[in-house]
Design a binder for this molecule. Structure first.
Ligand code: OXD
Ligand code: MN
Length: 593
C-alpha cells in the first residue's frame, strides 16, 4: 500500500517486537470495514444494534476497570523533566522505552495487528498531519474510522515523507498497574498499552491532536487547542466564528451545537458547528487567525444528552455510531441517564450485569460515550472541510465557577487575554460535593493535554500574539454562577447565544463596556434579554437585575482568587512564566488593592 521506507521499517520493527499472528493494513474501503465489523460481532467485541432503529450502529462495553482517561498514567517523556514542566508526569525517555518495550514484547501473539493510516484535518489541507496507529483492536479501527480520515488516501498524501506520527497501541492484558499512555514529542511517537478506552487508545485525538500537536505547533508557529469552533450566522447571511476552551464537563459539545432562542431563530440567526473539542489554529495570509477541526467525528459523553439539552448531538447519533458503556435495550436500542424519564426494565447495565433502574443505581457509566460521524450533525458548518479553516473573531475561555467569575468579561488586549486563559479554573459546586469553592486551575483547558512545559506554552501564546496583525478579542465566560441557595443564576444552553452576540458586538466595535479591575464587563442593557423566560427559583424570574448581579466583580472574591492564582503560578520555575504574565498578575493585584 505504500513505498514509504520510514513507515515500512517502523511497522516491521514494532511488529517484530509485538509478534502478532497477522498484520492487516487498513485501506479504508467499506468492504474491509464491513468485514471487520462482522468479525468483531462474531467475537462479541461489538454488538450490532437494531438496524431499523439505529442503522449502521454498534454497541461496545469496555472492561470495568477501563472507563476513562488516566491522567495519573499519562506521561510526557521529553529529554529533561523541565521540558515537560510541573503539570505533566515525566520519565526519562530511555527508562520509559525500556519499560514499554518489555511490556510490548510478544503482547500481540495470537492477535492481529492493524496498520491504520489516518489524517488529522482534511487530507491534503495545509493544516493536515498524518499518523499511523498500530493497534490490536478492531474497536479502535472502527472508532478511528469515524473520528479521523483513514486509509489508502492518507498513505498517498504522505508519499515518502518520514515525518508521520507513530502510534503503537496494544490492549495487552488491560492491566491497570501496567497501563501507560506515553508521548515522546521529540520522536513523534505515542505509546498506549493496557487500555481499550477511547481517550487512551484513539491516538489521533488527545494524544496526537493535542499533546503532540501542541509541541509541533510551538516549533512550527501554530497552535493546537482544546477548543470548540462555532459559527454564528446573522440574518443578513454574514457568519462570524468563535473558538472556546472549557475544561472537560463544562458543556463544550452543547455550546458547539447550540440552538438559538426562539426569538433569535425567528429573526434568522443560526449556529453552525465546526468542531466540539479540538482546534488547530494558524495565522492566515491576511493576518487573521484561522481554525480547523482536525477531527471527523464527535466522541461525546452520552449521559445528559437529550432532545432538549442537545438535539443536534442526539440526531448525530441516530446512524453509523458506536455506543460505548451505555445501556442496550431489549429492542437493540440504547439508553442512558438523562436521555428520557423511561429507563428500560429487565436489561443489563453497562457492565453487563442485571440492572433494576428503580434501585437508584446507574445503568450507563457516567463517562459512557457515542462516537458519531460529524456529517450526521444537522448543524455542521459548510466550512467543516475547508482546508484553510475559518477566520476567528473571538476566543472564549470559561470554567465552572459558582462565584467570582462574572457571566462574561473581555480581556483588555491579547497579553491580558493570555493571562485570563492561564488562570482559568473550575470550581466544585455545592450540588456536586457539598463544598463550594474548591478550585482546580486548568489553563486554557489544556492542563491534561499540553505536550510540554505549560510556562513555555504561555510564552508561545504571547509570541503568537505578535504574529497576528488582526487579533481576535479574548473573553471569559461563566455560565455556572449560583445564588446563595445553590441555584443556577443563568439559564445557560441556547440562551448562551445572547452572550455570544454581545461578544461579537464587542469584536465589531458596536457596543461600549464598563472597565473593571479584571477587564471589560457588559452594560446590562447591552445583553439582549428579549423572550428570555427563566425562573431561578420560587417566583424569582431572571430579569435585568439578576443579570446585573452576575455581571458584578466582587473584589473580595477576586482577592481570594488572587492568592490561589499565585499559588498555582508558584508551582512553576518563575523564569518559565512569561514576564508579560507576571506583569498582568501585578496589574490585577494593584487593581484589586
Ligand atoms: C474529552 C475530554 O473527552 O476533554 O473530550 O475529556
Ligand atoms: Mn475534550
Amino acid at each position: 500500500m505504500t513505498k514509504n521506507q520510514a513507515v515500512l521499517s517502523w511497522v516491521k520493527e514494532m511488529t517484530d517486537m509485538t509478534k502478532p499472528d497477522r498484520i492487516v493494513w487498513i485501506d479504508g474501503s467499506e468492504e474491509q470495514l464491513e468485514a471487520l465489523r462482522a468479525e468483531a460481532c462474531s467475537t462479541g467485541e461489538i454488538v450490532k444494534l437494531n438496524q431499523e432503529l439505529l442503522p449502521g450502529c454498534y454497541y461496545h462495553r469496555t472492561a470495568v476497570n477501563d472507563v476513562a482517561r488516566v491522567e495519573g498514567r499519562t506521561f510526557i517523556c521529553t529529554p529533561t523533566k523541565e521540558e515537560a514542566g510541573p503539570t505533566n508526569n515525566w520519565m526519562a525517555p530511555d527508562e520509559m522505552y525500556d519499560k514499554l518495550w518489555k511490556l510490548y514484547t510478544g503482547c500481540m501473539m495470537g492477535r492481529t495487528c492493524y496498520v491504520l493510516p489516518y489524517s488529522m484535518g482534511p487530507v491534503g489541507s495545509p493544516f493536515a498531519k498524518y499518523g499511523i496507529e498500530l493497534t490490536d483492536s478492531i474497536y479502535v479501527v472502527l472508532n478511528m474510522n469515524i473520528m479521523t480520515r483513514i486509509g489508502q488516501k492518507v498513505l498517498d498524501a504522505m508519499g515518502d515523507d518520514p515525518g508521520f506520527i507513530k502510534g503503537l497501541h496494544a490492549k495487552a492484558d488491560l492491566d491497570e498497574e501496567n497501563r501507560y499512555i506515553v508521548h515522546f514529542p521529540q520522536d513523534n511517537t505515542i505509546c498506549s498499552i493496557n487500555s481499550g478506552y477511547g481517550g487512551n487508545v484513539l491516538l489521533g485525538k488527545k494524544c496526537f491532536a493535542l499533546r503532540i500537536a501542541s509541541y509541533l505547533g510551538r516549533n512550527e508557529g501554530w497552535m493546537a487547542e482544546h477548543m470548540l469552533i462555532l459559527g454564528i450566522e446573522y440574518p443578513d447571511g454574514d457568519i462570524k466564528y468563535i473558538t472556546a476552551a472549557f475544561p472537560s464537563a463544562c458543556g463544550k459539545t452543547n455550546l458547539a451545537m447550540l440552538i438559538p432562542p426562539e426569538y433569535l431563530r425567528k429573526k434568522g440567526y443560526k449556529v453552525w458547528t465546526v468542531g466540539d473539542d479540538i482546534a488547530w489554529i494558524r495565522v492566515g495570509e491576511d493576518g487573521r487567525l484561522y481554525a480547523v477541526n482536525p477531527e471527523n467525528g464527535f466522541f461525546g459523553v452520552a449521559p445528559g444528552t437529550n432532545a432538549k439539552s442537545n438535539p443536534n448531538a442526539l440526531a448525530s447519533t441516530r446512524k453509523d455510531t458506536i455506543f460505548t458503556n451505555v445501556v442496550m435495550t431489549k429492542e437493540g436500542g440504547v439508553w442512558w441517564e438523562g436521555l428520557d424519564k423511561n429507563p428500560p426494565h429487565g436489561v443489563n447495565n453497562w457492565k453487563g450485569e442485571p440492572w433494576d433502574p428503580d434501585d437508584g443505581s446507574k445503568g450507563a457509566h457516567p463517562n459512557s460515550r457515542f462516537t458519531a460521524p460529524a456529517v450526521n450533525c444537522p448543524c455542521l458548518s459548510s466550512e467543516f472541510e475547508n482546508p484553510k479553516g475559518v477566520p476567528i473573531s473571538a476566543i472564549v475561555f470559561g470554567g465552572r465557577r459558582a462565584k467570582t467569575a462574572p457571566l462574561v468579561y473581555q480581556a483588555r488586549d491579547w497579553n491580558h487575554g493570555v493571562f485570563v486563559g492561564s488562570i482559568m479554573a473550575s470550581e466544585t459546586t455545592a450540588a456536586a460535593s457539598g463544598a463550594v469553592g474548591v478550585v482546580r486551575r486548568d489553563p486554557m483547558a489544556m492542563l491534561p493535554f499540553c505536550g510540554y512545559n505549560m510556562g513555555d506554552y504561555w510564552q508561545h501564546w504571547i509570541d503568537m500574539g505578535k504574529k497576528i496583525s488582526q487579533q481576535p478579542k479574548i473573553f471569559n465566560v461563566n455560565w455556572f454562577r449560583l445564588n446563595e441557595n445553590g441555584k443556577f443564576m443563568w439559564p445557560g444552553f441556547g440562551d448562551n447565544m445572547r452572550v455570544l452576540l454581545w461578544i461579537l458586538d464587542r469584536c465589531a466595535g458596536k457596543v461600549d463596556a464598563v472597565e473593571t479591575e479584571i477587564g471589560y464587563v457588559p452594560k446590562a442593557e447591552d445583553i439582549d434579554l428579549e423572550g428570555l423566560d427563566y425562573t431561578i427559583e420560587g417566583d424569582q424570574k431572571f430579569d435585568i437585575d439578576a443579570l446585573k448581579s452576575i455581571l458584578t466583580v466582587e473584589k473580595d472574591w477576586w482577592k481570594e482568587d488572587l492568592e490561589s492564582i499565585k499559588a498555582f503560578y508558584g508551582k512553576f520555575d518563575p523564569k518559565k512564566i512569561p514576564q508579560e504574565l507576571w506583569d498582568e498578575l501585578a496589574k490585577l493585584e494593584k487593581n484589586l488593592a
